[in-house]
Design a protein around this ligand. Structure first.
Ligand SMILES: [Zn+2]
Length: 123
């Protein structure tokens, strides 16, 4: 993030807590917090022509490999793609965790991959 103080505050807080605070304040400020499917390749998709290409995290400028000539800051390109995400990939955020959230990487104490825990009953 460009604002280092904000970036540090968010990383200290954790993304889940940041989201919880945003949803908590949305009624107060009259805003709407929405979540976009985490698997949308927002930073790897050309916001001009829609082609998807692989990129390393160290590549900070998006240069479309499909030949449309699009060149843009990677983060801005991703922000445009998130803003234009299809409706079926967007849902309203809730201050409470949903079962889907419990499997997510931004949930506290969770990693991206989860394996179902044993119910304690033998089959
Ligand atoms: Zn392109």
């Amino acid at each position: 993030m460009k604002n280092e103080k904000l970036s540090e505050a968010i990383s200290t807080l954790g993304l889940y807590e940041f989201r919880r605070m945003l949803t908590y304040k949305e009624a107060f400020y009259g805003t709407k917090v929405e979540l976009v499917d985490r698997w949308i390749p927002s930073s790897k998709t050309c916001s001009k022509c829609g082609s998807v290409q692989s990129m390393t995290l160290s590549e900070r400028v998006y240069i479309c490999g499909a030949g449309c000539g699009h060149k843009m800051c990677r983060d801005l390109n991703a922000a445009i793609n998130l803003n234009n995400a299809p409706n079926h990939k967007i849902r309203a955020a809730s201050a409470k965790l949903t079962p889907t959230d419990r499997l997510g990487a931004d949930s506290p104490g969770r990693s991206r991959k989860q394996t179902p825990k044993s119910s304690g009953y033998a089959i």
